[in-house]
Design a protein around this ligand. Structure first.
Ligand code: FAD
Ligand code: NAD
Length: 474
């Protein structure tokens, strides 16, 4: 067996692992990264990027269909059609551009990338099994390779949760298959009205599928507060997405062409389906690669970490989805960067004041920091105010007046502790929200900042003004 050694060994080349490797190499740490599939991980290959590409294509197609039916803007379009194979090729092109960019960055920074599946031998030794062909950017091992390391960073990400009564296979698909459709199902049943179920459910509806969503809780996006999700629920209704809330799925019917659903009263019905997208959550990828041999402390299904991403074993670190919620790419990246810096001797802790979460539904939802309800639960005495996009000129010009921006601040000193927004393109407001919280801004700071006109961002300033009792446009 071949052997080699390195200072930092990273298992997993997703956003957590590849960022950690790049930063470590920048800081002069000898770094090896092992990736079993594709660099970029879930995020670039089967997650954030392909889903946002498909959502964009669906938005554009729906817009064209809308103009074909209604020309209030004076735009006329005739019989738009979509060639799905070309859409998927376009999406794959973006993925390839980004994943090869990651490979180039790793190479440029001097990270050794090994293509293969890692198996943990002990906290300082990993074995790599051959997987795939050698490329310009990655070494593929022909015989098992043993790598010794001083620091081991675990970044193996997460996997879709399957339903025991309706496992993946045939018509039952996960987000991975839903992101590379060979044809559009006429009838799609989505199980789970969370991030994936609604982002992709809405996209499929806009592409022309009949979409039904089954959700166990009695409202959509149950992780968000109800005021924020109401405009999303209204949009789902407008789009013709059928909601089955407070319902559980019992499995496929005998013919395999319908989903059996039970409501809160115990009544059963069948929802005809050509395809079923199961999106009931993701689980840290902890099995099949020897992790159990380290006997690390766990937090439920996730690897337990402290605020420096240290596990319960010295010099074994864990980041990203493997460490549980929130399973978001930007969290994985921030953790990865921090771990590299700690290993290089810098003093860092992972205690962000602002961790944004964005749901790319139509309308989009953004949450940063405390909501009025979470502030109350945390014992904070807060004020909050919201500014509706119905009173924002820019929102009118883009025909998107649904939604609002809400600010939450401490009553005593007006320190801003949270922002939420729902509306078209509000994902882009998340930067301003995070900046104000991380910089310790007061309501007066935001209210006193000149915001460009006409922009959706004016609603941010107006929400702060309203919290101070003197909104100008409402
Ligand atoms: P991953 O990205 O999962 O990467 C882990 C890598 O480790 C994989 O490449 C895997 O092949 C590799 N690996 C695993 N085991 C081994 C082993 N034994 N040996 C070698 N390699 C191994 N997050 C957002 O913030 N915004 C979004 O818009 C968003 N959209 C999403 C849409 C979908 C459909 C999905 C599924 C997820 C989405 N996410 C989004 C979540 C985001 O993708 C994850 O939070 C993020 O990818 C986690 O990064 P990670 O580095 O922890 O793990
Ligand atoms: P989720 O946790 O967002 O939603 C799962 C939904 O399924 C919940 O509403 C839950 O109540 C429901 N559910 C669970 N079991 C059910 C059952 N048996 N029958 C009916 N409903 C059931 O999970 P997801 O949508 O699969 O996404 C997984 C993770 O991926 C997210 O938590 C998030 O971390 C990440 N993600 C993020 C983004 C983003 O940031 N925009 C997008 C997609 C995915």
């Amino acid at each position: 067996m071949n052997t080699q050694s390195t200072t930092l060994l990273v298992i997993g080349g997703g956003p957590g692992g590849y960022i950690a490797a790049i930063r470590a190499a920048q800081l002069g740490i000898a770094t090896t990264l092992i990736e079993g599939e594709q660099l970029g991980g879930t995020c670039l290959n089967i997650g954030c990027i392909p889903s946002k590409a498909l959502i964009h294509a669906a938005d554009e197609f729906e817009k064209a269909c809308h103009y074909a039916a209604d020309s209030a803007l004076g735009i006329h379009v005739q019989s738009p059609r979509i060639e799905l194979a070309q859409t998927v090729r376009w999406k794959d092109g973006i993925v390839t551009k980004l994943t090869s960019g990651v490979a180039a960055l790793l190479k440029k920074n001097g990270v050794q990338v090994i293509k293969g599946w890692a198996r943990i031998i002990d906290g300082k030794t990993v074995e790599v099994q051959q997987n795939g062909a050698e490329s310009a950017d990655a070494v593929a091992v022909s015989a098992p390779l043993r790598i010794g390391c001083q620091h081991l960073l675990l970044a193996t990400g997460s996997q879709s949760v399957a339903l025991p009564n309706m496992p993946f296979g045939g018509p039952v698909i996960s987000s991975t298959e839903a992101l590379s459709p060979s044809s559009l199902p006429r009838r799609l049943v989505v199980v789970g009205a969370g991030y994936i179920g609604l982002e992709l459910g809405i996209a499929y509806r806009k592409l022309g599928a009949e979409v039904s969503v089954v959700e166990a809780i009695d409202r959509v996006l149950p992780a968000y507060d109800e005021d924020l999700t109401k405009p999303v629920a209204a949009a789902l209704q407008r789009l013709g997405v059928k909601l089955h809330l407070g319902c559980t799925v019992q499995g496929l019917n005998a013919n395999g062409d319908a989903v059996r659903v039970r409501n809160a009263q115990g009544e059963e019905s069948e929802l005809p389906a050509d395809q079923v997208l199961v999106a009931v959550g993701r689980r840290p990828r902890t099995q099949g690669w020897g992790l159990e041999s380290l006997m690390l402390d766990m937090a439920g299904h996730a690897v337990k970490i402290d605020d420096q991403c240290r596990t319960s074993m010295r010099d074994v670190w864990a980041i990203g989805d493997l460490t549980g919620e929130p399973m978001l790419a930007h969290r994985a990246m921030a953790q990865g960067e921090m771990v590299a810096e700690i290993i290089a001797g810098k003093r860092r802790h992972f205690l962000p004041a602002a961790m944004p979460a964005v749901c790319f539904t139509d309308p989009e939802v953004v949450v940063v920091g405390q909501t009025p309800q979470s502030a109350l639960k945390a014992g904070l005495d807060c004020i909050h105010a919201l500014f509706p996009f119905a009173a924002n000129g820019r929102a009118m010009t883009i025909e998107s007046t649904d939604g609002f921006v809400r600010v939450v601040a401490r009553r005593d000193n007006h320190l801003i502790v949270g922002w939420q927004a729902v509306g078209r393109n509000v994902s882009e407001l998340s930067a301003a929200f995070c900046h104000s919280i991380e910089m310790g801004a007061l309501l007066e700071d935001v209210a006193g900042t000149i915001h460009a006109h006409p922009t959706l961002g004016e609603a941010v300033q107006e929400a702060a003004l309203r919290a101070l009792g003197h909104a100008l446009h409402v």
